[in-house]
Design a protein around this ligand. Sequence first.
Ligand code: C2E
Ligand code: MG
Ligand code: MG
Length: 566
Amino acid sequence: MTNLIDSHLKSQVLAKICTHSQEGIFILDADWCFVWVNESLSMILGYTEDELLRSPLAMVTHDPNSHQPYSLIHRLQNNLQIEDYFFSEFSCHTRYDVYIDANITVWRVDVENEFYYAGAIRDVRGSMATKRTLEKVLNFNQTTGLPNRTFFMSQLADHLLETYQELVIVRFNIDRFRAYLNALDEAVIDDLLNQLANRIGRLALGNLKIFSHYGVDDFAMLFECKHADMARDALEQIMQQFEMAFGAGEEQVYLHISMGVSVYPKDGEQMDVLVRNAEKAMNFAKHSEGQDVVWYDTSLGMETLPSLKLEAQIRRALENGEFVAYYQPKYELQTGQLAGFETLVRWHHPTRGLLTPFQFIHTIIESRLSFELFEQMLNQATTQILAWLDMNHSVNVCINTDASEFRHPSFLSSLQSALDKAHTHPNFDASKMIIEMTESSLMIKDDTSVDAVNALKNMGLSVALDDFGTGYASLSYLHYYPFDYVKIDKSFIDDIVHDQKHCDIVEAIVTMTHRLGMKVIAEGIETEAQANLVRKLGCEYAQGYYYGKPMSAREATDLLKKNSLK
Ligand code: C2E
Ligand code: MG
Ligand code: MG
């Protein structure tokens, strides 16, 4: 390079630049001690020029919190033996033990058989803060501060590359979250999510590598352990956190979650396969009754139709009238008489045969098609009630609803037209038409639901609370609703004969329900012993395979005829 100025002038200009530069510039002797510093360096480090001169560079590069295996000064010295230039970001130790984000550049300079080091320290707190904010936005969920999906996936990728153990991938989300979104303020929802994250975070679970807030109400976890089974205890602890209520503004709610688990290498070797399989297991848990945690298993038929495809098929099926009402008999326990039927939907699928609600009801509710289904079941049931009345059979008929249907603008008018049609029959009794709603769909003390249930009562219909004991409701707010019947969920009945605790619970429910003037229906009776016990405990009605499975309208009619001959 040609120099256009003489070397003396050049030295003067360069000295001026160094003296006034915003960067902290310094020269070190061969022993790594400052022999010249500019004013900016004094400002950055907080020491006077006199204090710095003759002090070692190590005084400002020393960082006891560094995770690097070798100290910065060690790396710097080693590097400059091989190269003539060294650069690093570091935590700069300034006066009064304050550390600041900075970077350092050092060159080795040989002058007249002696050597020195020249360098610069730059205070990068501003740009580091921006970098950290950006990292936070990109890698962490803004509501809970937990690592987000991107971060989770990168950690999973790292573990897949390095692990010699089994990896357990867990996905879980909150059941009926959409109902919460509709009913609660955004701030309350955020608070709920934070409570959830904190509860789980506080557990300090063994083998947990990352707990991630994956999406709105979606969470993911990664465990690394010798045997996947070792994570079972942790999952159990997580589920226990949902037995306690969460604060939701002035109210308390019980959140329920569905959890799916996949295991590396058993359920896949690739990241996306493992995550997808955990998600399939989670969806399986959501559909299945009473199974909160499901481990991926191909034999369980988790390869169900993807939801979007299913939704399109459901829409078509609704138009083609493929949903058909089946009827499960219900008996009066004192007299042993057939008291009526519960209407349960079945799908006559053109290629897959007769499908039960487990395979599609969740998608119907999620795709907001449950009102359309309700209308079809209501119309079929009404026609059936009239046909049975024509044969002189006056029985109870239950129809299932999901409380989300109450918000549909045509819900009440559609019921009213069914009732108008039914009332044309002189023997029709509206109170024998029972609208069932599941406890989990009702939400806490939600005004829309309370109003809708009251409106049903005003129309002369009866109302029943389905699956009692599995949802958010509890005995304490039963009295907000004018239920005529409470159906005790099958999960309490299953081991009632052998488990005194369940027996006591059922007895307590019966006592409380009777005090509120409601009758009790025991669901899922499969044995004579169960039937005898629930009768003894005071339940009025029973339903279950012991008495009869859901059957077609023709079979139900035959049963009615047979019964009237007795
Ligand atoms: P659910 O209303 O609690 O109905 C009882 C379910 O338990 C029925 O399953 C019934 O077949 C089954 N079940 C009855 N007795 C026994 C028994 O002794 N043992 C066993 N293992 N199971 C028994 P299904 O028909 O598969 O219905 C499942 C759920 O789907 C229903 O639970 C209900 O919540 C929902 N569902 C059914 N039809 C409709 C509908 O038209 N609309 C809405 N929104 N939901 C419906
Ligand atoms: Mg039901
Ligand atoms: Mg039920």
